[in-house]
Structures are given as C-alpha cells and as structure tokens.
Ligand binder design. Structure first.
Ligand SMILES: [Mg+2]
Length: 750
C-alpha cells in the first residue's frame, strides 16, 4: 500500500449558512495541514442539483441550521458517502448521542472552533478525512489486487492484514483527536453496547439528576418506555436517592452497593440492590446506577425469617421470637420507665383432646386458641406458642398492672367457650401465670421463672384461672426446691427409715400383715411422713430409687424375721403412679425377690386410687405383668377418688383398701354410714377383698366388723412403728388376745 505525497489532497466540505464558521474552520485546517482542500457550501447550493457531487472525503454539517436536517438525511442515506460530522452549538450529550446513533462519525462543538485551539477539531476532521481517503484507496487497491491474484491465498491473507492495519490506523486517527466531547461520546458508545445486554437495570444519570441513558432491562423493570425515562429525574424512580456527593468524592470512580426502594410506573415500590459508580468524562460527571430487583430474594429472606421466628402451625411467634421480643420490651422499659407484663399460658385437658380426638383435632384446637389470642391482644403485644399447648404473651409498655387481670379474664372466657372442631364439640380451659417487669424481676430469665411459678400455682387450682406472681408463692416454691435438694441427698446420707403398721384380722384377732411405711429423718426438720415429701420426690425424679430402697428394706426385713422365727406375714408396699410408669419396674421387682429368695405371694402393692383414672391401657398392662410375678395388688385409699368401677374390673387386683376418711364419717350421719355400707357391698359384689384403714376407735372397728369387714388397720390397734419394735409389739398383742379370750370377750385394740 502506498501513501505517497503525490496523492491528491484531502477534501473537506462544510455545509453551513454561516460564513463566519467557514472562515474559522478554513483557518484552522490551513494551520495544521497543507494538503487539505476545504469547500464550504450553503445548504441550498448543495441540495440544488449536481452540487451534491462535489467530491469530499468528509462532510461537516452545521446542524444548528433549520435546513440541515434534510441534508443530513440525504448524506446518511448515501452508502458511498464519507464520514459525516455534526457541527453543533453546545450540544447536550443526549443530542450528541442521537447524532451518533443516526450514523454520524463525530460531533464538534462550535465553541471548539477556536483559532487558539487549531489542533482540536481541525485535527479530528483531518484524521477522519484521511482515514476515509485511506479506506477508499485501500478498497480500490484491494479490488485491483483481488483481480490480480484472486486465487492466491497468501495474497488474501496479506490483504486482510492490511485491512486490520487500516482499522488500527483509523483508531489511531481517532485517538489523535483530543477533543473531550469526542472522547465522552466514544466512551458512552462503548458503554451502551455493554449495558444493552445486561439483565440488571442500568441508568446513567447526569449531575443534575436527570436520566441520561437507560437500558432495555430498566424499561422492563420500571414499566416505562425509554423515551419517557430519558431526561426524567432519577428521583422519580429511586425516591429520595442522593447520588451526588461532594466534589472530593468525584475524583476517580467510586462504587458503593446498598439496598433501596424503587418505584414502578404504577407507583408500586419494589426492593432493589443498587450499585452506584461515578464516571467522569471530561468535565462531565455521570453516575452509573445498576439496579437489581431483589423482590424475590426479599421474599425468600422473609420466608426464612418467618420460619425461624414463627410457629408453623399457628403462625404465632415461636419461642425464639418470643424471647427476642421480651428482651426488646424489657430494654425499652428500662428507658421509658413503663411496665412489661409477661403471661405464660397452658391449656387444661389438652392432652385428653389429643388422646380422644386425635392429633389433627388437637392441632386444629391450637389454631383456634391462637385466633382467640390474636383477636383479643393488641397489635403491639407479642403472642407466641412456645410448644405443645404452651403459649406466652408479652404486653410491652403498659401504664399499670390494673388492666391486665380483666384482659386475662377475657382470654380465659374465650378459650373456655366450647369450640366446634372437625364436627366435634370440644371444651378446654386455660391456666395463666403473670409476672411484671420491673416489679417482679429485672431480667428476662427471672421474669420467665416467676411467670412460670404463677402459672404452676394457677394450674394447681385445677380449674381455668390466672395467678399473678407473688413473693409468698415464690417462698413456698423455694421451700419445695430446698426440699427436693435435700431429698437428693437423703438416700446417700441414709436418712430414710422403714416403719410398719400392723393389719389385723379382727375375727381371728391376729396379725395378718403389715404395711411398710417410709419415714425420712430430716437432719433439721426431724421425722417426716410420706405425705410431706413423696410429691416432691416424684417431681425430682427420685421416686424410682426411693421405691427400690423400700423394696430392698422390705425383703431384708422378711429375711430377718424368717431367720429370727417370726411367723410369716404379708407385707404391703405403697406404689406411686410414677413408679408404675417405669418400664423397668417389673424386672427390678423380680430380680429383687429372686436374689432375696422371697416368695412373691408374701408381697402386696398398694396402688393409689387416683392413679387409676388415666392411661388405662398401659396401666392394665403393667399391673398384669406385676400380678404375673405372683404379688398381690390392692387399690389404696378407696372411696376418695373417682376411679370408675368399670375400670377397676379390668385391673388384676385382689383387694380394696377403704380410705380412712370414710371411716371417719360413719358416726357423723346415717347417710355417711350408708355410704360406707354401699362401698363395702360394692367391693364384695365385685369379689374384691376389703381392708379398712384408719380405724381409731372401738365403735369404728365394731361398725365395719358388723358389715362384714374383718381386715383392719389403724391407731386403734397400733401406730406405725420401727421394724425393730414390731416383734415385741406382736408378742404383746397376741398375749392380750389370749387374755381377752380368757375373759370371754373378744376385745381387741390397745
Ligand atoms: Mg397405703
């Protein structure tokens, strides 16, 4: 390729109505090059006929003229035309981009046609014209070359290389031009190619907050056509956004990413993640906003949060959320001096609903309860389900405690109303305990503990009720706790003792057995009876080991008495409900009897009647297994509880033990005496043996003897006594019997 100086000069044509502009440009071009021919035509001249054939390597159009538009259209429509450059007065970047979009090669500002700046636009024009000339030359030469050796591959490759070099020249020519608006436009052009293909919304914003450019993704995201977006305030799409910062920040590019709310065409807000970068093109500042719609992500996050903080069944807050809200409420109250109420709630008889109607119905009931709670509580209150049938309420910022009891009353009333669930009419109740911050405790843990104590007391009433925490209650609880702690040590310290109380056959006037009764010799409180510590032992999970200890003592005593020649006796042990629930119970008893070589028939277990009204099937199973060992079974304290006789018939028991409260009442009225008779008749008709406990007087002994009871136990015969005292007592009892027989009167007792 040749670029000899003998080539014809470059031709640049200006279409303008201003001779002043033509003069300035001519001077500028002349200053930097002597092989440029500069022509200037008015639009009318150019459009009239063959003037259009004026040869030009580059046409410059003064677009400020009203006549420019048709000329530009014609020029751009001509495939053979050279580069067309727009000459404009202070063109906005928007406008400049439009021209570039239309196909113009560059945009030059009138103001830059300054004699003092000859290298500016003139150099650009010459470079462009030269590139165009080169293109034409090269194309011509290419054609010639192709014709010369169209079958030569090397030639083709060489031609390609030439073309590439030409393109590089062209780029170099562009770079020569240092016109800042030219650079800005080029940069904008490159950017445009990228942003039109990205999936995120891209908005280029001018320093005045107007949108300079928007990509197709932005049109779609905001639901607005590009024409409407462009030139509009960014504030309309990103309400409240402040993109410009102080000048110092504008040096170089900066980027920041944050979340913001964007507004769609219909006013709907949606969350975005916004990345803002700053761009400086010459003297112009732009902010490039890249917005990503994060509504889906937000929904997913909300769902995760909901799962983490809400109870899936009732949609109430869960335990985690409850704690957080309580902590928050307490924190706020520390500042504003207001009161927080914490309410813990339990449903009454909920287990029976699950047992009788099934878990789906139980769940539906919990949902109903949740609805009641939400309806009654304020929006600012927290309603939580902690698990099972346990609920919690946090009432933040209340002015006083007076409003709380009526509110709790309303909740109880609502929950106690029978509810129709899955076609069944179901009635449950609720117990609630309340504690207040800061009056009752000053931290979360303490407050929960205190509301829980109050709840415990409410439940103890056996009916639907609420209790407000009080110190008295707390003291009782502390005492119970101390008792439990002491009990834990009692076994290790060997503080338990076994006492026995004789059981008498009053007709044969002889001792037929003993009931083994545990005593606790407390280091400071003295000798304690079972009713003072068995419930605490059950609560503390100590009833199993204590039961084992009693059994061990009983078999040891039997062995001792066997060795010392005591006549064999039936020994009765009391069995707690909790003990019956222990799956290892039967094996433990069998092992104990086998090791001690004691016949099971000499043992009798007394089961409390109140234990017999629930979980009937597992209980029957366990008692049957016990009975299978060969031990006797008695229902203790009969006549006080409400065990159904129908249930009793399913138990493998031999005996009922009439409670002492019935004995106590026989002398009060005829009706009470009749009741005692009826119970004894009932027991006999069911073919159960009968033992009467708590006989304290001759009258009582005589009464039960008359109605056919012969086995008795009570202070009238003997108080419970240490095991060691029993053989002596027995000898003395039998000696008296012999004496009374001698006097001809069967008088028994002490
Ligand atoms: Mg008993």
């Amino acid at each position: 390729m040749t670029r000899s100086g003998s080539r014809p000069p470059l031709r640049i044509l200006l279409l303008s109505t201003s001779s002043k502009v033509a003069g300035r440009l001519s001077r500028a071009l002349g200053q930097i090059s002597d092989d440029v021919v500069f022509d200037s035509l008015a639009f009318e001249q150019w459009s009239a006929g063959d003037q259009r054939n004026v040869p030009a390597d580059l046409v410059l159009v003064d677009v400020e003229s009203s006549a420019a538009k048709p000329a530009v259209e014609k020029l751009l429509a001509d495939p053979e035309r050279g580069p067309v450059v727009a000459l404009a007065r202070e063109p906005s970047d928007n406008k400049a981009r439009e021209w570039l979009d239309a196909g113009m090669a560059a945009v030059i500002d009138h103001a830059s046609l300054d004699d003092s700046n000859p290298g500016g636009p003139a150099a650009l024009l010459i470079a462009l014209a030269r590139a165009e000339r080169q293109r034409k030359d090269d194309a011509a030469e290419f054609q010639r070359s192709l014709a010369d050796s169209y079958d030569s591959r090397e030639r083709l490759e060489s031609q390609s290389a030439e073309m590439i070099a030409m393109a590089e020249d062209l780029e170099r020519a562009y770079r020569l031009a240092d016109d800042s608006s030219r650079q800005a436009v080029e940069t904008a052009r490159r950017l445009e190619g990228v942003i039109n293909t990205v999936a995120d919304s891209v908005l280029i914003v001018r320093a005045d907050g107007r949108i300079e450019q928007a990509n197709p993704a932005a049109e779609q995201a905001f639901g607005l056509k590009r024409e409407i977006l462009l030139g509009g305030p960014i504030d309309a799409l990103l309400p409240g956004i402040q993109l410009r910062r102080d000048e110092a920040d504008d040096r170089g590019s900066r980027r920041s990413v944050f979340e913001w709310q964007a507004r769609k065409h219909d006013g709907a807000l949606f969350p975005i993640e916004l990345s803002v970068g700053s761009l400086r093109l010459g003297d112009d500042h732009f902010e490039i906003c890249v917005a990503r719609d994060i509504a889906d992500r937000k929904r997913a996050e909300a769902r995760v949060r909901e799962l983490a903080l809400s109870d899936p069944l009732t949609k109430l807050s869960n335990r985690n959320a409850f704690r957080a809200r309580l902590e928050d409420a307490i924190e706020r109250s520390r500042r504003n001096g207001k009161t927080v109420a914490l309410v813990l709630m339990d449903l009454n008889k909920f287990k029976a609903v699950n047992d009788n109607f099934g878990h789906p119905t139980g769940d539906a009931l919990l949902v109903e309860v949740a609805k009641h709670l939400k309806r009654i509580m304020r929006k600012s209150d927290t309603v939580a389900r902690l698990g099972g049938d346990e609920f919690a309420l946090v009432l933040p910022e209340i002015d006083g405690v007076e409003g709380v009891p009526p509110l709790l009353g309303r909740i109880i009333d609502a929950i106690c109303e029978p509810m129709v669930i899955d076609g069944s009419l179901i009635k449950v109740g609720a117990s609630m305990g309340v504690a207040f911050f800061p009056a009752d405790d000053e931290d979360v843990e303490g407050l929960i503990r205190k509301a829980d104590l109050a709840l415990y007391q409410a439940k103890a009433t056996g009916e639907s009720a609420f209790r407000v925490y009080d110190r008295q209650l707390h003291r009782q609880m502390r005492q119970r706790k101390t008792l439990e702690d002491d009990l834990r040590l009692a076994l290790a310290r060997d503080e338990f003792e076994l006492h026995v109380q004789p059981q008498i056959d009053v007709q044969a006037t002889r001792v037929i057995g003993v009931e083994a009764l545990i005593r606790w010799r407390h280091p400071t409180l003295g000798l304690r009876k079972p009713n003072e510590f068995i419930a605490a032992a059950e609560n503390a999970g100590l009833i199993g080991p204590i039961g084992q200890w009693v059994l061990g003592q009983v078999v040891n005593t039997m062995n001792l008495w066997d060795r010392t020649g005591e006549a064999p006796l039936r020994m009765a042990l009391n069995m707690s409900v909790r003990q019956l629930g222990d799956p290892g119970l039967v094996d433990a008893i069998r092992d104990c009897l086998t090791k001690a070589r004691i016949s099971a028939s000499r043992l009798e277990f007394e089961i409390t009647e109140t234990a017999v009204d629930r979980h009937i099937d597992p209980l029957v199973e366990r008692l049957t297994a016990l009975r299978g060992l060969g031990v006797g079974l008695t229902i203790d304290d009969f006549g006080t509880g409400y065990a159904s006789l129908a249930y009793l018939r399913r138990f493998p028991i031999q005996r009922l033990k009439i409670d002492q409260s019935i004995v106590r009442n026989i002398s009060k009225s005829e009706a009470d005496a009749d009741f005692a008779c009826a119970i004894v008749d009932l027991a006999k008709s069911l073919r159960f043996g009968v033992v009467v406990e708590g006989i304290e007087t001759q009258n009582e002994a005589d009464f039960f003897n008359r109605i056919g009871c012969v086995e008795m136990q009570g202070y009238f015969f003997a108080e419970p006594m240490p095991i060691a005292d029993f053989p002596k007592w027995r000898r003395s009892f039998e000696a008296r019997r012999v004496q009374s027989m001698g006097r001809g009167r069967a008088r028994i007792g002490r």
